[in-house]
Design a protein around this ligand. Structure first.
Ligand code: ADP
Ligand code: ADP
Length: 226
């Protein structure tokens, strides 16, 4: 079973710019997968389409066998997205941010509280649950974003540059947490600028450049060639 299949996916924006020029990609269930590429390559466009924020121009997306067009709700419920920018209300408490997200999925209150606790503990944030999020460090805010994305127990977690701009020690601590999430069975797709990050976490990798996949292989073979 594939966690994700993209077939001939294209995106042309209203200004005529072709950001994706026919992407084919399969990600195995359970994988820790890296999507790499220079700025402007099309990574965010692809992630936007997979997480239903952007409509593709043509092609198909399937998430755990659910076609994103025909079974949109089922496909969406399989996905947790951690966007690049911190986008929660910074005056909410850590706990409220994660709990409120459960509300969007229509989760009953008791289950929502349970899931909030599990996800905050998993991200090492339970002690901070009553803190106002504005006061947290950059690394903690990133972990709040991950906890929020996991509250509905998605099978596929998409992390868009999760460690951009945080220092190396915090980055390493986040790597450990992401590894644990993957080891517990969640498929992870990560975009990153840091090859070292992909190297230490990911089993398989695709490199995208100018809207095309230019490399799709396992990490060990890629490193052997560098
Ligand atoms: P669509 O073709 O999907 O409808 P639009 O062209 O309407 O997308 O743009 C959607 C949003 O993206 C707009 O808010 C626009 O300002 C913004 N945008 C436009 N050009 C760029 C760009 N080069 N990079 C990032 N965002 C852009
Ligand atoms: P990456 O995430 O790899 O940096 P993006 O998917 O953000 O790449 O962008 C790919 C290309 O598409 C860039 O050249 C960007 O300027 C352009 N682009 C992104 N969004 C829009 C938009 N809404 N309208 C027009 N061009 C866009």
């Amino acid at each position: 079973m594939h966690a994700l299949s993209l077939r001939n996916l294209t995106k042309t924006y209203n200004n005529g710019f072709q950001a994706l020029k026919g992407i084919d990609l399969d990600v195995e269930a359970g994988d820790f997968f890296a999507l790499l590429g220079p700025n402007g390559a099309g990574k965010s466009s692809a992630i936007g389409i997979i997480s239903s924020l952007v409509n593709p121009t043509s092609g198909s997306v399937s998430v755990f066998g659910h076609d994103l067009k025909r079974e949109r709700d089922k496909a969406k419920s399989c996905i947790g997205l951690v966007p690049q920018e911190v986008n929660f209300n910074q005056f909410d408490t850590v706990k409220a941010i994660v709990f409120n997200q459960a509300g969007y999925y229509g989760m009953p209150r008791k289950l929502a509280l349970q899931r909030t606790e599990i996800c905050l503990k998993q991200m090492d944030l339970w002690d901070k649950r009553d803190s106002i999020s504005r006061r947290l460090s950059g690394g903690m805010k990133r972990r709040v974003m991950i906890a929020r994305a996991m509250v509905h127990d998605p099978k596929l977690l998409i992390l868009d540059e999760p460690t951009a701009g945080v220092d190396i020690e915090i980055r390493r601590a986040m790597w450990k947490l992401m590894k644990e999430v993957n080891e517990q069975g969640t498929t992870i797709i990560l975009t990153t600028h840091y090859l070292e990050e992909a190297e230490s976490l990911c089993r398989n990798i695709a490199i995208i450049d100018q809207g095309r996949i230019v490399e799709n292989t396992d990490m060990a073979s890629l490193l052997a060639r560098l």
